[in-house]
Ligand binder design. Sequence first.
Ligand code: NAD
Length: 426
Amino acid sequence: MTITAPHTDTHSATSTPLVDALEQLRDAAAALDIDEGSVQLLSQARREISVGVPLRRDDGTVEVFRGYRVQHNFTRGPAKGGVRFAPSVDLDEVRALAMWMTWKCALVDLPYGGAKGGVAIDPRRYSDAEIERVTRRYTSEILPVIGPDRDIPAPDVGTDERTMAWMMDTFSVSSGFTVQSVVTGKPVALGGSLGRATSTSRGVALVALAALERRGIAPRNASAAVQGFGKVGRHAARFLAEAGVRVVAVSDQYGAVLAPDGLDVEALAAHVDATGSVVGFAAADALDADELLRLEVTLLVPAAVEGVIHEGNVGGVRARIIVEGANGPVTTAADAHLAARDVLVVPDILANAGGVIVSYFEWVQAKQTYRWSLDTVESRLRERMLGAWDAVSTEQTTAGGTLREAAMRIAVARVLDAHRNRGLYP
Ligand code: NAD
């Protein structure tokens, strides 16, 4: 099968992830009555690094990519955040994603600040050996700012546990000894945590079911559409189906498939493993990828990239609940439209926090050199996710606004509290 990427309809010209992230911070700051100096402190990254990443290609020619690592904040503890390999990566995108990591870690009360990194490369256009060289060179360029107590990378779009193994190996070779706790999302054979690979999706499904319960809808009466069938979307679709939700549509960057009676998610996953895309899955109809966002479903789970539900298409969204598996999939302008129509939006910093929660567990296990059982990991994940859901729901019920505004108020207040306790040096 030949796969071509269709036009991707993402955020409108005025809305970018960074503009949205800053606006969300300003809203929270206004609600919390935070002084302008503190807002400025929280608006800017503590540390940013931009590096050239030269690659000797398999044919001997050389190409140079741009790589970044942004540490937005590390007042509550080491910086933590994923590494993205995608052509769209630029400094502003990484800044926004790093800032969202700060709020996410604070919201679920992890002793971390927020970071993000990336390389502007389309990994599918390069061989495995080339991606390994890019990963190792990028790691060595950012080496001075990462480490188990400084900044701990993890997988994101376009990277996976193999990428983390190469990053860990590069860091360890430079250190002269094995350092497992420098990255999370590693293979289990290298100290990765049981349950990490599915943790983001588990968390997405847990809060999706909690949101259904809040709206008085039984899972068996609910339908869902999932955008993205990567590390997050694939297992989110599977866990929702296991909970009895009818998953009617799934998309990836190449197209979408629809089965009104419910997709066989396991069979779809096997098709994706064999062909590289959901496109062409025989037990479903083809669907226009943008059409997926307009389906009349109970739950819509955007689990691909940011800015996909924006001012230009939000009017067509008919889902009753949106659970943000991806970071920043709903723009600030779209958020306001959805709130006015009483569509419940479970914000990214809550909905997809399962990944960083189990990353934290992985880091703790590496530091303890002691492995937890899968049951321990999953029950502690559940406890943290549902605890955060309860805290955000209660904040929203008592102080008003959307779930995102409530989550942001809790997170920003915690980070500011840490700043106030530490004081300003000198
Ligand atoms: P991934 O690279 O594993 O998968 C991305 C998926 O999205 C792929 O199926 C790709 O084909 C699809 N996609 C890309 N553009 C699309 C488009 N325009 N329309 C439809 N599908 C599209 O990435 P991932 O790790 O699953 O991450 C997805 C999102 O979740 C990102 O926003 C990421 O930051 C966020 N996230 C990931 C984790 C994690 O643990 N991996 C944790 C928290 C948040």
